[in-house]
Design a protein around this ligand. Structure first.
Ligand code: SF4
Length: 349
């Protein structure tokens, strides 16, 4: 698609978004330059839902989303260069799926509080402690962890993958790493559905703990307060509180809907009667969805941002593309092993 057409698309998406539009006007030349380079160098730009709006808009509609959707797009990529606007574990996943391509991220220090502390040795310890139990690892992990894992999963398919792993191994226990809140939420969900699967997550039988530093900030008190302040009672038809799987279980119980970021978008689409929504997830998500759902007022009483995602800026993207630097590499023997766990996930429809 021509640069001019993309610029027009971005402009019309942000036109009614006040500050975002002013930001667009102030950075228009930079955005044009990035899109020209994208065209000239045949770059696929993937953008996670938590990117700041101007970075998010650099990716066409089909190439924005959550880790699962972006992994699928990365797997289909025909372009010689993939630029991943997200954090390093996501760019690594794209590299695992596309070893012959150049995968760039504009800041190699863009980490994640879930991925950073858990490495391959931790997986091996769980395996030694719970032999013959399948290991499902959340996509928020590095390649060495995925290499020691039976299945990879994302928040969009975790329930399905955990259930499938237990069935394939013929057991009723699954090791789920590294998110403690999500592990508990998965187990709660199985209990609600009457399924008996013991989910072994960090903190359940040990003193480990894995958490997203963004989602752990959302508390039950906060959600109750939002409901009162913005007149959003539970189960109302015109308002909804949506929470991400990585939040605490009591936050999920209080929400009208919980799921992945893509699940949240689908929920909003499926409920055209909604007038107001609050999203208990990284605050850029509401800013990014606002242009897609102009009829919904998104409660922006939110200042919870991911410091890692915020490392990805237009300036760094431009520098990275101009010079083709900040390339992501994965050691081949690790890549091949990690690929198995990702492909098993992608094979599940
Ligand atoms: S939002 Fe949480 S899980 Fe996502 S990259 Fe940031 S710290 Fe990691």
């Amino acid at each position: 698609m021509q640069t001019k057409q993309r610029i027009d698309e971005i402009e019309s998406a942000l036109k009614s978004e006040g500050d975002q539009y002013l930001d667009f006007l102030a950075n228009k030349e930079k955005i044009e330059r990035i899109l020209e380079l994208q065209e000239k160098k045949d770059v696929l730009i993937l953008g996670h839902n938590y990117m700041i709006p101007l970075v998010y808009q650099l990716s066409g509609q089909q190439y924005r989303g959550d880790s699962l959707g972006l992994s699928r797009e990365a797997a289909k990529a025909k372009n010689q260069i993939i630029l991943f606007n997200g954090v390093v574990f996501m760019a690594e996943t794209a590299k695992i799926l596309n070893p012959e391509k150049k995968v760039l991220i504009s800041d190699l220090e863009a980490g994640c509080s879930l991925a950073d502390p858990f490495r391959a040795k931790d997986v091996l310890e769980y395996k030694a402690r719970f032999p013959r139990i399948p290991v499902v690892t959340y996509i928020n992990s590095y390649a060495d962890v995925k290499a020691e894992t039976d299945y990879c999963c994302t928040s969009a398919n975790a329930l399905k993958v955990v259930e499938h792993a237990a069935k394939e191994f013929g057991v009723d226990r699954v090791i789920f790493l590294p998110d403690s809140f999500m592990g508990k939420n998965i187990e709660d969900e199985f209990n609600l559905e009457g399924k008996k699967i013991d989910v072994i997550y960090p903190g359940k039988y040990d003193k480990n703990f894995g958490r997203c530093e963004v989602h752990e900030k959302f508390t039950l008190e906060m959600i109750i307060d939002i409901r009162k302040q913005f007149n959003m009672p539970k189960n109302a038809t015109s308002t909804a509180v949506l929470a991400h799987w990585e939040c605490r279980s009591e936050v999920l119980r209080e929400a009208d809907f919980y799921g992945s970021t893509t699940g949240m978008g689908r929920y909003l689409k499926a409920h055209p009667e909604l007038k107001k929504a609050y999203l208990a997830t990284e605050c850029e998500m509401a800013a990014n969805l606002a242009s897609e759902f102009p009829n919904i007022e998104f409660v922006r009483a939110c200042s919870i941002f991911c410091q890692h995602m915020r490392k990805i800026t237009l300036d760094k993207i431009l520098h990275g593309l101009e010079n083709e630097v900040y390339e992501v590499f994965v050691e081949e023997s690790i890549r091949r092993k990690a690929l198995v766990s990702i492909e098993r996930m992608l094979a599940l429809k």
